[in-house]
Write a protein that binds this ligand. Structure first.
Ligand SMILES: Nc1ncnc2c1ncn2[C@@H]1O[C@H](COP(=O)(O)OP(=O)(O)OP(=O)(O)O)[C@@H](O)[C@H]1O
Length: 267
């Protein structure tokens, strides 16, 4: 359903700071697949997401989403096909609008009456039902301004907004990294629940190797703009953090130079 073919992206070409951030990347995802993405700092993980999300165009290569060639589709048009979450919970929500207004914006994105004002009773009932699944009491706070919510609550709401009008693809870019450990665990659990209930094809960047191997069905590892490891099935279920790190140093011919990743695994 997602096909990335020979994708290449060079930043600052022709300068002394020229950097190949995506180096002939090929990736094929099946419908409903949940892929975790790991790799050291500067490996090209966010660049891959930015390429899929349309923050820039590739120098070379193609991106197909459910058979549609989106390689040169404008970013705002891709936004209605691709749900995206970032590390900062503030990014996905409008603080001066209420919970129900935020959800209405996301819910109506795909409908013809896109920017209709106000929230119908019918929609509010849907929102209440979805919010209840988060088990954060937000279903009773539809009129609360989002700016008043905690980081974890806000990220849970962002997740709901990104998935409520079922996207073709969900991109999660370290979406729990800025949260405290218990909120992070909660958001990770909600992510797994929503993704499997709605069968949403998902890619998730994480620096936590343990959760990378636990959540989802496949793990890819990037290094220097390339995918250097792609594991699923039995190979993945038998993989430990230690063996993955060893594989990384063998594949990348260097030790894992990622402080955050090491920190997470020392916990
Ligand atoms: N807009 C840009 N202009 C110039 N260089 C960039 C730009 N975006 C990314 N890069 C460079 O491309 C490389 C890959 O960056 P990217 O953000 O994709 O890494 P990452 O794997 O997401 O790393 P991290 O885990 O640290 O977030 C880095 O060397 C980065 O400095």
């Amino acid at each position: 359903m997602l096909e990335i073919i020979n994708a290449r992206k060079t930043f600052l070409p022709g300068t002394s700071n020229e950097h190949v951030a995506l180096d002939n990347v090929n990736l094929s995802l099946a419908e409903g697949e949940f892929v975790t993405v790991i790799g050291s700092n500067g490996a090209g993980k966010s660049t891959l997401f930015n390429a899929i999300g349309g923050s820039f165009w590739l120098d070379r290569g193609k991106i197909l989403l459910q058979g549609d060639n989106i390689t040169y589709l404008a970013e705002y048009k891709r936004a209605s096909l691709i749900g995206r979450l970032f590390q900062n919970p503030v990014k996905g929500t409008a603080p001066d609008m209420t919970i129900e207004e935020n959800l209405a914006l996301a819910y109506n994105r795909k409908r013809r009456n896109g920017l209709r004002m106000g929230v119908s009773r019918q929609d509010a009932a849907v929102f209440r039902e979805r919010l209840a699944l988060l088990e954060m009491g937000l279903e009773n706070r539809l009129k609360t301004k989002v700016g008043l919510l905690s980081g974890g609550q806000r990220q849970a709401l962002s997740l709901l907004m990104a998935t409520i009008a079922k996207p073709r693809l969900l991109l999660l870019d370290e979406h729990t990294a800025a949260l405290d450990p218990s909120s992070s665990e909660k958001i990770m659990q909600i992510t797994g629940d929503i993704v499997s209930q709605e069968n949403i094809t998902t890619m998730m960047i994480t620096h936590n190797i343990q959760s990378a191997l636990k959540i989802g069905s496949r793990t890819i590892m990037m290094d220097s703009g390339k995918i250097i490891l792609d594991i699923s099935g039995q190979e993945r279920s038998e993989m430990t953090v230690a063996s993955l790190m060893e594989l990384f140093s063998r594949q990348g011919k260097k030790a894992l130079d990622n402080d955050r990743m090491l920190l997470v695994n020392n916990q």
